[in-house]
Write a protein that binds this ligand. Structure first.
Ligand code: BGC
Length: 762
């Protein structure tokens, strides 16, 4: 680069040449150095394992943070990143490390990724075993650690679309963009069921329902993995965090979960079972503890349930530093060596160490001392090598999809990001049809989320927490800039930060001059531990701002940009309209503006229950006893907005609810039909949601459960008959003996308030 600059060559030209060189190197030279994948891969894997030293095997079970092998100056990673060859040699030639992860604290261009991965693979192929590295990354709403990639809504928003084919397309686009950076493995999707809204990873879930989570999880896995992992544009998916991670009693990340096994099997395990049926190739373990047992030490869950019962044959990866934490935090081992012994014996295949090589030394010693058998090591290594083979890494460790240059961060993926944001945005209140807005009104756009790409993109956006200014340099619209480009009568002021009001007199003056106020509130991005909160209520400065604006007497549309439902009950009744935007990604500003002005007719529906009170976090599928207050009257279930809610600028009429028989026989199906008519004046989409209630059961039944759904698209006055087929499996629950059963008796089926009863007779 330096030489090229001296010679006066243009950077773009030099980049192009570097790129062509990398392509040639990856396409012609590297494959030459590798094993061929053709022939019987199992025979090859067995032969390879038989020829490997213990050190090589342990290295395959080790995953190291990229940061460890990057050049630093005064302890700071150089920018742009460069590999520290001595460190790389140490990792790969001395410790025989087989896997790397993460991004070295910031996003990189495709060129940088290709250089880094090429250097790593070249070193790996120069080792005696010549086994390619598998690189994994958190590409969780797009290839978020690659600069210039499309950023899709976070999973919670994706779930609000209730559109599984769209979620599959997002995963395909993410796979394509990740592979375009020569990375073949994504740590996504999260299929923890999000029933604890305080939890800082709530935004990463598909919400509170088991069926919706399983359906969306499967769509994502299918999208990532494609038909064939080695087709050059698919990646291996890694579902997480197995299992029960998302229900911490304290609401804080990585804190204890107390849950009986029946509940675990009925609510938290099914998405993992479905993903395994779908062929998911890997899984990350829950960082926390379940009933006092850290999940990395839970042999029952990792072996008996996962391997013997669910027949999972893929790779089990520890979470970040979590084997060490068995010693440092959970205190179930006296030192790191014992921690490694417990985790490997419990069933972990790869340790995401991530910052040193102590795990390698400890595991080698444990095998040499006879504490861990080499045959169990071989089993893990076989699984890891199988994944590498199936990804095509042995044929060519660097495969870049065709058209990567044009399609990476290109028009099609940006349009998909826009479509996803548009389909997720959920209209929750529209009093007096205040929306859509007319462009001739004086609009005040205000609030900490109004002019912020950080709020829109959320965490895991170029950096882990997504709070820095890197994202501001990208050419995406914020909500206020997108509104500004639609109407000349727009004024924007910040109004407040999350901590304090800013210039109240100016706020009131701006409010007085406006006809309508678009109040954009929510929460700054945060992920994992840094996202722990003590109170679900929206910050007090935002409440004060909202109340001051309400007192100003102008109509208000509240736009919520947040990753969990921050409580707004102290002022929301005085807002005329409410839009939930979630963290809608790079096209979110545009999509919010298009919803406000009616270019998009909103069709998102809440994938969780939005609480009204801090101490009332019931989900929609609560028990009857939680709903009826026998002593004092009133309704125990009183959320701000319930799961499944979502309005439209048109209206839908439901009628002709039919079931083809009132008796469901074992092994048979019933057909349920409903007619939906778009009775309003504009084209729109609705989500037809089928719920079932078990009227009497041996385990207290939830009041209802989502059993199927379909998103439909209707022109004004158009009608459609939607049908569902369900059998006893769709009505089952886990009984006291831990078996999925459907008990004889009556079930009530419900769609949009219409009901039918069906008798199940085994
Ligand atoms: C998170 C995982 C993530 C991993 C690697 C962990 O702290 O819990 O979800 O995949 O880090 O970045």
């Amino acid at each position: 680069m330096f030489l090229a600059r001296l010679m006066g060559l243009k950077t773009t030209y030099v980049n192009r040449c570097r790129f062509i060189f990398l392509h040639l190197f990856c396409g012609l030279i590297i494959p030459f150095l590798t094993f061929s994948q053709s022939g019987n891969s199992q025979v090859k894997i067995d032969a390879l394992v038989a020829s490997m030293t213990l050190e090589e095997k342990v290295g395959q079970m080790t995953q190291i943070n990229l940061e460890v092998i990057l050049k630093k100056e005064n302890g700071v990673i150089v920018n742009p990143i460069e590999i520290d060859t001595a460190k790389l040699r140490e990792a790969i030639l001395e410790y025989k490390v087989g896997s790397f992860l993460n991004n070295g604290r910031r996003a990189h261009s495709r060129n940088e990724w290709l250089e880094v991965i090429t250097a790593i693979q070249t070193m790996a192929l120069s080792s005696p075993s010549r086994i390619p590295i598998i690189y994994g990354i958190d590409a969780i709403h797009g290839a978020n650690y690659s600069s210039g990639s499309a950023l899709f809504p976070h999973q919670l928003g994706q779930a609000a679309s209730w559109n599984p084919p769209l979620v599959k397309q997002i995963a395909q686009a993410t796979a394509f963009e990740t592979r375009s950076c020569a990375i073949p493995w994504v740590f996504s999707p999260i299929i923890d069921v999000g029933r604890q809204p305080l939890w800082s990873q709530f935004f990463e879930t598909y919400g509170e329902d088991v069926f919706l989570t399983s359906t969306m999880g499967n769509a994502a896995v299918r999208g990532y993995q494609g038909e064939n992992l080695s087709d050059g544009s698919s990646v291996a998916a890694c579902v997480k965090h197995y299992v029960g991670y998302s229900a911490p009693l304290s609401g804080k990340d990585r804190t204890p979960v107390y849950m009986d096994e029946r509940h675990l099997r009925e609510t938290y395990l099914p998405p993992f079972e479905r993903a395994i049926e779908q062929g998911v190739r890997s899984m990350i373990v829950n960082s926390g503890e379940l009933n006092g047992i850290p999940s990395h030490a839970n042999e029952y869950l990792l072996k008996t349930v996962l391997r013997d019962e669910l027949n999972f044959e893929g790779v089990v990866l520890s979470d970040w530093g979590d084997i060490e934490r068995l010693f440092t935090v959970h205190r179930v081992s006296a030192n790191r060596k014992e921690a490694a012994e417990i985790a490997i014996k419990s069933g972990v295949d790869i340790c995401m160490v991530p910052n040193d090589f102590v795990f390698c030394e400890n595991l080698i010693a444990l095998v040499n001392e006879g504490k861990i058998s080499e045959s169990s090591i071989d089993e893990s290594v076989r699984r890891i090598l199988r994944l590498k083979f199936d990804l095509g890494l042995f044929d060519n460790p660097i495969t870049i999809p065709e058209n990567a240059d044009e399609r990476f961060g290109g028009k099609a993926h940006l349009e998909l990001a826009y479509q996803a944001a548009a389909e997720s945005i959920t209209l929750l209140k529209n009093e007096g049809n205040i929306l859509p807005l007319s462009a001739d009104k004086e609009i005040l756009v205000i609030g900490p989320a109004a002019n912020s790409l950080q709020y829109l993109n959320g965490p895991w956006s170029r950096t882990w927490q997504g709070t820095d200014s890197i994202i501001s340099g990208e050419s995406f619209e914020t909500i206020s800039s997108a509104i500004g480009s639609k109407s000349n009568n727009t004024n924007y002021i910040l109004g407040c930060s999350e901590d304090s009001l800013i210039n109240l007199p100016a706020v009131l003056e701006a409010a007085a001059k406006s006809d309508i106020i678009i109040l954009c509130l929510g929460e700054e991005p945060s992920a994992e531990k840094p996202g722990d909160i003590h109170d679900l209520t929206i910050s007090s400065s935002q409440q004060t701002l909202a109340k001051a604006l309400i007192n100003a007497g102008k109509p208000i549309v509240l736009v919520l940009v947040e990753g969990r439902p921050r409580i707004v009950s102290s002022f929301v009744d005085d807002c005329d309209g409410v839009i939930m935007a979630y963290q809608p990604g790079s096209s979110g500003g545009q999509a919010v503006a298009d919803v406000l002005f009616g270019k998009i007719n909103p069709s998102g529906h809440l994938p969780f229950t939005y609480p009204r009170y801090v101490n009332d976090l019931l989900t929609y599928d609560h028990k009857k006893s939680e709903e009826v207050d026998n002593y004092y009257g009133g309704n125990g279930y009183d959320p701000q907005w319930s799961f499944g809610e979502g309005l439209s600028y048109t209206s839908f009429e439901y009628s002709d609810f039919k079931v083809n028989t009132d008796t469901l026989r074992q092994g048979r199906k019933i057909v349920i039909e409903i007619k939906v008519r778009n009775s309003g004046s504009r084209h729109g989409k609705d989500v037809v949601q089928l719920y079932a209630s078990d009227e009497v059961a041996s385990i207290t039944p939830p009041v209802k459960r989502l059993r199927s759904f379909e998103k439909i698209d209707l022109k004004a006055n158009e009608s459609k008959v939607v049908s569902f087929e369900i059998g006893e499996k769709e009505l089952a629950f886990v009984n006291a003996q831990m078996n999925w059963v459907t008990e004889e008796g009556w079930f009530t089926l419900e769609i949009e308030g219409l009901k039918k009863r069906v008798y199940y007779r085994p």
